[in-house]
Design a protein around this ligand. Structure first.
Ligand code: BG6
Length: 508
């Protein structure tokens, strides 16, 4: 494993939750695995007035609380946090950036971090352009004496126009190859495994097309509701929060052509082609191809679950969707005529994300196949939890006759017990440090994804007669989503937390 070059990472928004829960614990995990540079410094920046010592103490607490799959060593935690310091400033004021520059020069000299800067904007999106402009004006974006990289978190705009505007703004100070747009789904080990599974095995690729695939289903379900994020979520909704970014990226990796090489440009060129080939949904087809839902109050095992409109921060008459299901097509040689279905929502029966490739039934039915086996051949790529892969196929039921039974062949990542599964942030931060942008979303891909969702947004925003269906919290969304799958003998898969189990009501 190559070590990144010496660097200073500057976290804007260092007093926020993301820094405490994800960024610092992930940096510690990298430190623990000796994957940080020999000389590094982390400068936390925000408006809050705190001392270096209390910043370090707070970050130590975050490491203890939120580190995943890593052995915690107190001595090592304190060594790691000795590389942290804090800088208070108002990030909206241009003049403040000369102070920041001086502080960075000083750290650079004392820590020997070779003028390489990685800026992480853990900030509300309205500040992305402001900070990148100010970094540019202060001469902090120009990579003349070391690298300058900028990491931002979604949302990358809220529609096509604002997405384009954000990219234009960022490009005023940073070149595209200096910008790293985090989509934490691309940081998930199992999402990356889609590439390895498809392109390191000879057996899947010949079947991965319209000749053999009946349809592809992608589900990302969460059992939690909006969990105190009502204020943010009510202005976003499932389409923007999950589908436009995370799930379309997963579609890109599932449907892409083999890249010519395993490098950032080759891979991102191929995923871009998929996103550009998504057939635009005509406005009149939105109600037929897109189902939106909102969870209503319910009672699960005696526990009363409030409806979405009763959540703090949510408008009592909100029409924001907490569930969305979409049927769409990819207009390409490989996928012509194959329907793709995406479904995502909050307050569903379980937390699960998976891609299911449903293969076509045999052309001639020789055997008595029960209903379960009509769509027998499914390849399920489980992204979370119980990460793994499951292949379903038909076998002879023992005994008289030739009855077919659906059986499973499965692999679970947990079987590789000796392997540390890095968290998404761990993987992505390391990649940004080494300058590998393969798992980051490129400007053109983000724009193509906005373009695809644009007609849906337009219809929902402008036509108050468009339906939003209620579904009781803890169920699989509105029943209308079932009607998207036209083949009457096929349904959505109803997965449970364990890869091998399914059911409308999963064991909690
Ligand atoms: C975030 C969304 O991007 O992804 C959240 O803003 C959502 O609303 C989360 O809960 C889901 O991520 P994961 O990794 O838990 O599937």
């Amino acid at each position: 494993m190559d070590k990144p070059k010496n660097l200073t990472m500057v976290i804007f928004g260092a007093s926020g939750d993301l820094t405490f829960r994800k960024l610092i614990p992930s940096l510690y995990a990298l430190y623990n695995q000796k994957m940080l540079p020999d000389k590094f410094h982390v400068l936390g920046v925000s408006r809050t007035v705190i001392t270096d010592d209390s910043f370090r103490e707070k970050m130590q607490e975050g490491i203890r609380k939120f580190s995943e799959n890593i052995h915690l060593d107190e001595q090592q935690i304190s060594e790691f946090t000795s590389h942290l310091s804090y800088f208070q400033m108002d990030m909206s004021v241009e003049e403040e950036y000369s102070r920041l520059k001086a502080a960075l020069n000083e750290r650079n000299m004392t820590e020997g971090t070779d003028s390489n800067y990685l800026f992480y904007l853990s900030m509300p999106p309205a500040m992305f352009g402001v900070i990148s402009d100010n970094l540019g004006r202060a001469g902090l974006s120009d990579p003349f004496d070391g690298f300058r990289r900028l990491i931002i978190e979604k949302p990358f705009g809220y529609d096509l126009a604002s997405g384009l505007e954000l990219n234009r703004k960022l490009h005023q100070s940073f070149a595209e190859d200096q910008i790293y747009r985090i989509d934490h789904y691309l940081g998930k080990e199992t999402v990356q495994n889609l590439l390895v599974m498809r392109f390191s095995n000879g057996i899947f690729e010949p079947l991965w097309n319209r000749n053999y695939v009946h349809h592809v289903e992608i589900t990302s379900a969460e059992s939690i509701g909006v969990e105190g994020r009502g204020g943010y979520y009510d202005g976003s909704g499932a389409l923007r929060d999950m589908l436009q970014n995370h799930l379309l990226q997963v579609v890109g990796l599932t449907a892409m052509e083999p890249p010519s090489a395993m490098d950032a440009d080759s891979i991102r060129n191929e995923t871009l082609k998929v996103l550009q080939s998504l057939r635009p949904i005509r406005k009149e087809d939105v109600p037929l191809q897109v189902i939106r839902g909102q969870y209503t109050a319910s009672n699960i095992n005696g526990e009363v679950i409030p409806g979405y409109r009763e959540e703090p921060g949510v408008n009592a008459e909100s029409r924001t969707e907490t569930f969305v299901a979409v049927k769409f097509f990819i207009d390409s040689w490989r996928w012509g005529g194959v329907p793709f279905y995406i479904r995502t929502g909050k307050s569903l029966p379980t937390r699960v994300t998976e891609v299911v490739v449903h293969f076509k039934p045999t052309p001639h039915g020789l055997f008595q196949q029960d209903e379960a086996c009509r769509s027998c051949n499914q390849l399920i790529i489980r992204i979370q939890p119980d990460e793994g892969i499951l292949l379903k196929f038909g076998m002879k039921q023992p005994g008289a006759g030739f009855n077919v039974k659906s059986v499973n062949m499965d692999f679970h990542y947990s079987d590789l017990s000796d392997v540390h599964l890095p968290s998404a942030y761990e993987r992505l931060l390391y990649d940004a440090m080494t300058g590998d942008s393969t798992l980051y979303a490129r400007a053109d891909a983000v724009e193509a994804a906005w373009k695809f969702v644009a007609p849906i947004q337009e219809v929902w925003n402008n036509d108050p007669t468009q339906k939003i269906y209620g579904y009781p919290a803890g169920t699989w969304g509105p029943e209308n989503a079932d009607s998207l799958i036209e083949d009457k003998e096929m349904t959505w898969r109803y997965p449970c937390a364990s890869l091998t189990e399914t059911g409308n009501y999963c064991e909690l």
